[in-house]
Design a protein around this ligand. Sequence first.
Ligand SMILES: NC(=O)c1ccc[n+]([C@@H]2O[C@H](COP(=O)([O-])OP(=O)(O)OC[C@H]3O[C@@H](n4cnc5c(N)ncnc54)[C@H](O)[C@@H]3O)[C@@H](O)[C@H]2O)c1
Length: 360
Amino acid sequence: MIIGCPKEIKNNENRVALTPGGAMALIKRGHTVYVQSSAGKGSGYSDEEYEAAGANILPTIEDVYAIAETIVKVKEPIEKEYSLVRDGQFLFTYFHFASSRPLTEAMLKSNSICLAYETVEDRNGKLPLLVPMSEVAGRMSIQNGAKFLEKPSGGLGILLGGVPGVKPAKVLILGGGVVGIQAAKMAAGLGANVILMDINLDRLRELENVLPANVTTVYSSEYNIRKELSTVDLIIGAVLIPGAKAPSLITRDMLSEMRDGAVIVDVAVDQGGCIETCKPTTHEDPTFVVDGIVHYCVANMPGAVPYTSTIALTNATLPYLMRIADHGWEKACADDPGLAKGLNVVKGEIVYGPVAEAFA
Ligand SMILES: NC(=O)c1ccc[n+]([C@@H]2O[C@H](COP(=O)([O-])OP(=O)(O)OC[C@H]3O[C@@H](n4cnc5c(N)ncnc54)[C@H](O)[C@@H]3O)[C@@H](O)[C@H]2O)c1
């Protein structure tokens, strides 16, 4: 199969969908790989490394779309790329179709096959191509929370771990899924006093068993959240109700119970956020202040650490890409119903229920 990896052109996207190692693995199986010049630069991979792995470097994005049967990407095609997608071409990337009618209409019109990372499922119904980015964001949430707790960043001026003779900071994590457990591990490792809330009791039991003693699990309810607010320094929003907007667990009136300079990192911002006052921000201007509380609500947190995120993402996507390349998308999807769940648009038709519903 001929596989093409264009350079990402979405604003501030430095990840790449294929590493030189991934290219080498595909080439060793008899496939041909074309990579756009400088596609890997933002993640630390030079054109020479791809060439050494056996890939061919093409100068422009047009060249890559023109030659490849399969396009592997990180983010959905943006408007400039719509006209490059060819009839019958197979695209493997994050799409998030439900949030963009123009993208959906463009892909329908292109007559391409769009397999979306975000809806691929594993045997347990989990989303294996979303997990790595949640892991990155969960770990980053504490790094950023710690930074914005510093006085020059507008925070309270508290060191997360304290020092001998001084109490550590108190961190409240809402949601104990992939983001929540990674955040808890990082905060606990830095010595903070962590409270982790979830509504899933089985999940709380699991977390209690694996997390260190400075993490306390508490059932999530408005009453229990309110009890912590006057003494909490950092809140991490990590709630997800699949397919729905995140519930507002902290409403604006609750901010007045917190101390000025406390920090909220709402990782769930991409699903609308679980803090009422959350609105999406960017890496260039990541925070804003409401009622004295610093809000960090960056919607693509992993984009800031492309070296790590690229490897984490491609570790998860490459085994699927190899099966698609070896057998073709139709057989690969027929053999794996979880992979077939990733099919969102096939040759002019929406084949994924929630996307069809999103556009009535
Ligand atoms: N901002 C970013 O860059 C970025 C990156 C990755 C993921 N995310 C987002 O982070 C969010 C969390 O992702 P995840 O992978 O951890 O999801 P997950 O499904 O693994 O975990 C979500 C958890 O929230 C819990 N929950 C549901 N309702 C709750 C409530 N009322 N109170 C407390 N907990 C509740 C669930 O029981 C579950 O354990 C998602 O919205 C995801 O899209 C954002």
